[in-house]
Design a protein around this ligand. Sequence first.
Ligand code: FEO
Length: 395
Amino acid sequence: MITELKRGVFWVGAVDWALRHFHGHELSTHRGSAYNAYLITDEKNVLIDTVWAPFQEQLLANIREVIDPAKLDIIIVNHAETDHSGSLPAVMRLAPNATVVVSKRGRESTEGHHHQAWNYKVVQTGDRINIGKRDLVFIEAPMLHWPDNMFTYVAGDNILMSSDAFGQHYATASHFNDEVDQQALFQEALKYYANILTPFSNMVARKIDEVLALKLPVDIIAPSHGIIWRKDPLQIVKKYQEWAAQVPEKSAVIVYDTMWEATRLMAEAIGEGLTEEQVPYKIFYAPVSDRNDVITEIFKTRAVIIGSPTFNQGLLPSIMPLLEDLKGLKFQNKIGGAFGSYGWSGESVKIIQEILANCKIPIVTEGVRAKWQPIAEDLAKCRQFGKTVGQAVKK
Ligand code: FEO
C-alpha cells in the first residue's frame, strides 16, 4: 500500500515487521525495519531506491498502484547496499532502458553487487536533473555510512531523501514521525546512530554543516529506513549534531561475564563505589545482553568498565565481540577500567586494559583483580575502584 508524501511523490517501499537481525546477525532490530523507496511521477517517472530483494514483489505492486513500472525513466540509487538495491534487477527487467543515477562510488558498488551493464549516469554534489515540474539535486554523502551514499533533494517539494542518514530500524503502521511512539522512535534513531554512524561522526557533522549552508528549504526528510520526518524535520538533524559531538552523560556502564559469580560480585561492588560518588550506572551481564543495546548505552556514557575472569589465559568469549565493536566504532570522550577474578594465571585485566587503550579509551586507574572468590578486602578494593572511576566521571 502506497502513501503520498506530497502530490506526485509516493512512498512505495516495504515494512519488514518480522526482521530481528540486520547485516546478517550483526545488528539487532527488535522493532523490525522499513525499506523506504520513493516514486515521483512527473514528465519523467523516477524511482528513488528499491527494497531488499525478498520484498521486491511488494515494491512492484506499490509502483503499479501509480504507474506501470515499465514507464520508469530514472532510477536513483542513493546507496547500493542490498537492503536498498536488492530489487534493482527486478525493476530493471521491467524498465530496461531506465537511466540508473548513481554517485561515482555508487556506480562501483552497484556494478559490484549486480554485475549488469545498465545505462548509468554518474552525478556529483550540486548536479541537477530536471524531470518536468521538478529538479532533483544531488548531494554526495560519503561515509554516511558507505563511500557511495548520496542524498537526493526534490526541489519545489522540499524533500530531502537522505538514504541511511536519519533512519531507524522501526516498523510502523504510519510512515510519519508525528504519528508514532516518540520514545521508541528516538531510541531506535539513537541505536542506529550509535551502532552504524559513530565512527563517521566528524563527517556527519561536516556534512550537516554543508547541507545547512545551502539553505535549502526542507519540509520533509525521507530516509531509507523507518519513519519519515515531516513534523519539525530538522529535529533529527539537531539530534545528529548532538550525537556527532559525542558529549557523554556523567554516568558509567559496567559490562561483565562470569563463570562462578566472582566477577559478578566485583561488578556490583564497583557499582556501589559509583553510587557513593552519586554517579549513575548500568550493569550488563554480557552473555544475556543484546550487544547493540549495550553499545547504545556505552555511546551515551562516560565510563566503560569491563570485567571478565581469566579463561584459558584470556577472556571469556562473550566479552570479545563487544571489545571488537569498541575498536571499530571509535568512540570518543570515554574513560575506561577493567576488573576480573582469576584462579591461576590472571591475565584478563591486563588484556582488557590493553584493548581499551588500543580503542583510545584511557584507563582511569589500574584494574582490580580477585583471586578465587572475592573476600571482603577484594570487594572493598572494587568499591574504591568504583569511587575512583566515579570521581573521574564527574571531572
Ligand atoms: Fe540501509 Fe547502508 O543500508
